[in-house]
Design a binder for this molecule. Structure first.
Ligand code: DAH
Length: 360
């Protein structure tokens, strides 16, 4: 075998052995690069006699062409192999469960969910949201709401009192959301339509009571707001909230210092198999207190009871959340147990709306 044949064989073997594109490039440079073995041979042509050059030139160029061709073929094969490898390595198993992104992993607490549902339902009826502070004056929590001074009704609420200040006045942790009614009437001109959701506090603790709980208050003040309006609003609310086409309600006479007349409202339910269902059955369940705002309260808030009248209601948010979502123990609401939250919580990006569904 001539030297040229040996060089060709060796170079072709190297081309065939190149495992990837960079190895192939190294082979190319070693053969055809400026200092490559074939280039070196081509450089010797200049010193040859014309006859020899003719023969050798043709032979060396033939090697060069063969090597160039082999390099090109090998490059195509390597590219195909690389693509094949990537396609195998990068396949996606579409049957695998989708990993939730961090912002989708958290859960909305049922109380927050129910507050959002309340806001969605009442916004649709034209109500705004009003808020007040958790630490309230005795005046707003009781006196302006027509609780007589030293009346036992103040104790009825198991109030958390603060130490008296220099003037002997005691602040309280608000025992209900009704003081937000007072704040609203003192600062807004009728017509008023608000709901006031928020935290409330009473010194009480068992399976259905916690020292901190949540209420939502409703208040409507106008020249002609009447009990018929109240009844309609509450019925529409119950149907929308419990997501049933129809619900029967029962209004029983009751007593609250800030309303006259005052009523408690029960809704129809069935309790078959220990499970409460609304819109069916012949049992009743109390869900809220309500009434026409007492003329004294209107007067205390600077409104003339001969011109304005209105109605109000108050409801336990935790209680209606427990009823709607079948959560038996109120205390679990405030344990911050991640397993409970994962089970009862709501997906963060599903905002309740009447159109898209409140709780779907
Ligand atoms: N504030 C009352 C409570 O905590 C609930 C209530 C009853 C609110 C009747 C009202 C109402 O606005 O009219 O027990």
């Amino acid at each position: 075998m001539s030297d040229l044949d040996a060089l060709l064989m060796e170079t072709l073997a190297q081309v065939a052995a190149a495992a990837d594109e960079s190895a192939l490039e190294a082979v190319r440079i070693a053969a055809l690069g400026k200092k490559g073995s074939i280039s070196a041979l081509l450089a010797t042509l200049g010193k040859m006699a014309p006859e020899e050059r003719k023969v050798q030139g043709a032979a060396i160029n033939a090697i060069k062409d063969k090597v160039t061709e082999a390099l090109a073929e090998r490059r195509v094969i390597l590219k195909e192999q690389e693509l094949e490898a990537r396609l195998t390595a990068e396949t996606i198993d579409v049957t695998l469960p989708v990993l939730a992104r961090p912002e989708e992993q958290g859960r909305i607490h049922p109380i927050t969910q129910v507050m959002d549902e309340l806001a969605a339902i009442f916004a649709e009826m034209g109500f705004a949201i009003a808020e007040g502070p958790d630490i309230e004056t005795d005046d707003y929590n009781f006196t302006k709401l027509n609780f007589p001074p030293d009346h036992p009704a103040r104790d009825m609420h198991d109030t958390f009192f603060f130490e008296p200040d220099a003037e002997g006045k005691r602040k309280v942790l608000r025992t209900h959301t009704s003081p937000v009614q007072v704040r609203t009437m003192l600062t807004q001109k009728p017509p008023i339509r608000v709901i006031c959701p928020g935290r409330t506090y009473r010194c009480d603790s068992d399976q259905t009571h916690t020292p901190m709980f949540h209420q939502v208050e409703g208040l409507v003040i106008d020249r002609s707001a009447h009990l018929g309006n109240l009844k309609w609003i509450l019925e529409e609310f119950c149907k929308a909230f419990f997501e049933v086409p129809d619900v029967k309600m029962r209004f029983r006479p009751s007593y609250f210092p800030f309303t006259e007349p005052s009523m408690e409202v029960d809704i129809q339910c069935s309790r078959k198999g220990g499970e409460i269902r609304f819109g069916e059955g012949d049992d009743w369940l109390e869900i809220l207190g309500c009434g026409m705002v007492h003329p004294n309260v209107l007067r205390n808030c600077g409104l003339d009871p001969d011109v304005y009248q209105g109605f109000a209601w108050g409801m336990g948010i935790d209680r209606i959340a427990m009823l709607k979502y079948g959560m038996p123990d109120l205390r679990a609401f405030f344990d911050a147990d991640i397993r409970w939250l994962n089970h009862y919580g709501f997906r963060p990006l599903d905002m309740p709306s009447l159109l898209a569904g409140l709780s779907s």
